[in-house]
Design a protein around this ligand. Structure first.
Ligand code: ADE
Ligand code: ZN
Length: 334
């Protein structure tokens, strides 16, 4: 079997995907027109040429601007539906999907609007394609923790449709400890916890995400190699790392894919997973991320199957569903 068919055929889970980061330029223009929103670009192609990032913040500025076209329940349903179709085509059986409520509530678009749109597309994809999904509500760390707490309150009526909380946006200067209180409140309400840490920030932020937030997975986490003791702990406890190779190159966390430390993390025994982060901005969905890592880091098929296995084990799915997916993976990768 060709490498590409193998990669896309591997049964897998996606665990690091911002739904707002799946907004393709074409859909952005369609929604802008539908909603009467002016975009400072003349075409989808011109917009694409603006996607030259120097770091995380240079990306986030464009990403938040793009999300401004998302207004109605249908917009959120169209966005989610398009992502789930693509994920299904890449062999994703289950996705745990980030959304940024504050990006929408600050524009007076409420939970009732985006949660209804997401739910409609999630149900439809589950019925038509068999792909299941869960939602992870992220707090924007560049905003005060009091606003994160207000967001958790606003989510109250929807908590049965939210699996976990996460922490994203500008990392440097916004340590996880600032959000210890709101994470404790979220965990008290039965939510699971993950957090972005160690993308641009230091290993100390990873330690704080584990110790102060109770994070069960670390999103990115690649800078952990700067702290061998912490790496040893994450390997021992098999804390999953949701690594996003194409994102890391686009945002200059590593100069080239050949410089990426994914292989070192895998070789150390870390529970590495491969994910797409913001695929509409970074040049590829999860299958493209697996492929880029396979080609440029010379991952073997056994390595790729191990990454897919890690992704299934790292989900928040019940044990019986995990076992069924692992059986499916073993049958494919044998
Ligand atoms: N929001 C969307 N993508 C992100 C990333 N890679 N890091 C932090 N916040 C984000
Ligand atoms: Zn991310």
């Amino acid at each position: 079997m060709e490498l590409e068919a193998y990669v896309r055929g591997l049964p897998k889970a996606e665990l690091h995907l911002h739904i707002e980061g799946t907004l393709e330029p074409e859909l952005m223009f369609t929604l802008a027109e539908r909603n009467g929103v002016d975009l400072p670009y003349r075409s989808a192609d011109e917009l694409r040429t603006a996607y030259e990032f120097t770091d995380l913040q240079s990306f986030l500025d464009i990403y938040y601007q793009g999300a401004g076209v998302l207004i109605t329940e249908d917009d959120f349903a169209d966005l989610m539906g398009a992502y789930l179709e693509r994920a299904h085509a890449d062999g994703v059986r289950h996705a745990e999907i980030f959304f940024d409520p504050q990006t929408h509530t600050e524009r007076s678009i409420g939970f009732e609007t985006f949660m209804a749109g997401f739910a409609r597309a999630q149900q439809s994809a589950a019925e038509r394609l068999g792909i299941t999904s869960a939602l992870i509500m992220c707090f924007l760390r560049h905003l005060p923790a009091t606003e994160a707490a207000a967001t958790l309150d606003a989510a109250g009526p929807y908590l049965d449709r939210i699996e976990a909380v996460g922490l994203d946006s500008s990392e440097a200067g916004f340590p996880p400890g600032l959000f210890a209180g709101v994470y404790a409140a979220a965990r008290d309400r039965g939510l699971r916890a993950v957090a972005h840490a160690g993308e641009e920030g230091p290993p100390e932020y990873i330690r704080s995400a584990l110790d102060d937030l109770g994070a069960e997975r670390i999103d990115h986490g690649v800078r952990i190699v700067d702290d061998p003791d912490l790496l040893a702990r994450v390997v021992r406890d098999q804390v999953p790392l949701t690594v996003c190779p194409l994102s890391n190159i686009k945002l200059r966390v590593f100069d080239t894919m050949a410089d990426h430390n994914l292989t070192a993390l895998l070789d150390a025994g870390a529970a590495v997973t491969i994910n797409s982060d913001d695929p509409a901005y970074f040049g590829g969905y999860i299958g493209d991320n697996y492929l880029a890592a396979a080609r440029d880091l010379e991952l073997s098929r056994a390595d790729l199957a191990q990454v897919a296995r890690n992704s299934i084990v790292a989900t928040f799915l019940p044990d019986d569903r995990k076992a069924a997916l692992l059986t499916e993976l073993d049958a494919f990768a044998r």
